[in-house]
Design a protein around this ligand. Structure first.
Ligand code: SAM
Length: 229
């Protein structure tokens, strides 16, 4: 098995099941033209996020890490009329590209893009939110993932779904002594998931055009307002 084969299978699946979409394609092209790193989710994962948000009946979505708005557009498309998505991005250049991509997709009135470090922005998000978030996608700086998870739980409700990307890290997640802060953060977050009584979770390994990684899926199973023992 090789990355070439994973990429070919990704292409096959994408060609078959992910309809061509002018706004999504343009978002990737504009992001590349602006020199943004190609660290957006793959089309397959974008479609999975869309499907999960739809299954969830999400009306309020929170996203950590906008980049050029590719995953944002997928998620915003899953919202019903009147739905809202708040996305947090620390890099003003990324945010500028994302804003244009989101506008081109006709989603400016649905997406509230906030610029700054996510942890600094969260108090404002909490103050402005009209209801708990039904769906959270965590895909920003990995060392802060434990804190992002904890804060997401506070902003959720019984039944909310939290997806955390990049939790396998080419298999390095099993390296106890890893010097990679991203790996250590994923390991800390996984311990939190095990201990946290208000959620139930799993994580899946994935291969594809972006290599070997995976995501965690967390369902909030008790009222987050009742603190874990
Ligand atoms: C993996 S990319 C997001 C990809 C995007 N979700 C997608 O799939 O299209 C991570 C993004 O998080 C942003 N970021 C890094 N540190 C951050 C922080 N402390 N707060 C908010 N965003 C941050 C980066 O600038 C980058 O644009």
């Amino acid at each position: 098995m090789s990355k070439e084969q994973w990429t070919a299978v990704d292409r096959y699946l994408t060609d078959l099941l992910v309809a061509p979409d002018a706004a999504l394609d343009a978002a990737l092209a504009a992001s590349a033209a602006a020199g943004l790193p190609a660290i957006n989710v793959t089309p397959n994962l974008g479609k999975l996020l869309f499907l999960l948000a739809r299954m969830q009946g999400a009306r309020n979505i929170l996203e950590f890490g906008t980049l050029g708005g590719y995953s944002t557009i997928w998620l915003a498309r899953a919202l019903p009329a009147g739905g809202r998505l708040i996305t947090l991005e620390s890099d003003p250049k990324h945010a500028e590209v994302a804003r244009a991509n989101i506008a081109r997709a006709g989603l400016s009135n649905v997406v509230d893009l906030r610029v700054g470090r996510a942890l600094d922005l969260l108090p404002g998000v909490a103050a402005d939110m009209r209801a708990p978030f039904d769906f959270v996608f965590i895909d920003a700086d990995k060392p802060n993932n434990p804190e992002y998870f904890a804060r997401s739980l506070e902003l959720s409700r019984l039944g909310s779904l939290i997806i955390v990307d990049n939790v396998i890290r080419n298999g390095a997640v099993i390296e106890e002594d890893s010097s990679d802060p991203g790996v250590q953060a994923v390991r800390r977050m996984n311990e939190m998931l095990r201990a946290e009584r208000r959620v139930t979770a799993t994580a899946l390994q994935t291969v594809g055009s972006k290599g070997y990684d995976g995501f965690a899926m967390v369902l909030v199973t008790s009222d987050p307002k009742q603190r874990s023992q």
